[in-house]
Design a protein around this ligand. Structure first.
Ligand SMILES: [Zn+2]
Length: 263
């Protein structure tokens, strides 16, 4: 499921492939993923324009077409972007195809169709409407401390809550907690200031490193939880078998030996 590092990678891919070209037409192959807009409106809104710049917030990607028109993309569970030379090369689960004047195409592919595409006028208004928290890589330590101080619950459910901090999903929340040596069910109220700042630093470190890895599973450090996550996996730090539990409605993987619960 695309999280902040994946969406940042899509952003960079979009920037490198699809900016500044005239959009010839937009081919909506499955209108199911369109939100608040019809296929015709999307095609009409973008035809003849150029994508000018991109902006990412949490797991959302926004692409500016002009000062009052932004394409918004959310990748759901299986969404991704593919740029290629000819319409015939479109991947199987292409839902929307942006065809540029030079016949090159950008496909939004999404097998399971939990993704979203829309057109909006104002990014900030959209973020407010969705009540999304600040982006996990934009946030400062004092903001982070304030957010954690104001809420109750397990540290994992706080990290996953997009309304508090946007961008972290199940996989990277587990990785951040593994690095901080915190049990995912640890109550936020039990954390000392020193641990909060450790958690903050781990969040930045893991997300940035994952972006550098593009984020390709094979390029993730072997000292991370990610390559070992799953049944029968062993902790890369101590060798104990990893355990799983449902915390905050999601499956958490962790090492009970390295990640003790503090209260
Ligand atoms: Zn361990």
């Amino acid at each position: 499921m695309p999280e902040l590092p994946d969406v940042e990678t899509f952003k960079r891919y979009f920037d490198a492939s699809s900016l500044h070209q005239r959009i010839g037409h937009v081919d909506v192959r499955d209108a199911y993923i369109l939100k608040g807009i019809s296929a015709r409106e999307l095609a009409r809104g973008l035809k003849g324009r150029r994508f000018k710049s991109t902006h990412r917030h949490g797991k959302h990607l926004f692409v500016r077409a002009n000062s009052h028109l932004w394409l918004r993309l959310h990748f759901g569970m299986t969404g991704s972007l593919h740029y290629f030379k000819h319409e015939k090369q479109a991947p199987k689960h292409t839902r929307v195809l942006f065809v540029f004047a030079n016949a090159c195409c950008l496909a939004f592919e999404d097998q399971r169709k939990f993704g979203e595409i829309g057109l909006i006028e104002n990014v900030n208004e959209f973020l407010e409407k969705r009540a999304l928290g600040p982006d996990a890589l934009d946030i400062t330590l004092s903001q982070f401390t304030e957010i954690l101080g104001k809420h109750r619950g397990s540290v994992k459910s706080i990290l996953l809550n997009q309304k508090l901090i946007a961008g972290i999903g199940n996989i990277y929340a587990d990785e951040i907690l593994f690095r901080t040596r915190l049990h995912p069910a640890t109550q936020i109220s039990a954390l000392k200031a020193k641990t909060v700042s450790k958690l903050f630093r781990a969040t930045r470190y893991i997300l940035k490193k994952a972006i550098e890895a593009k984020p390709d599973m094979d390029r993730m450090p072997k000292s991370w939880l990610l390559p070992h996550r799953g049944k029968g996996g062993k902790c890369p730090r101590c060798g104990h078998e990893l355990k799983s539990a449902t915390i905050g409605g999601r499956t958490a993987w962790f090492c009970v030996h390295c990640q003790r619960q503090t209260s």
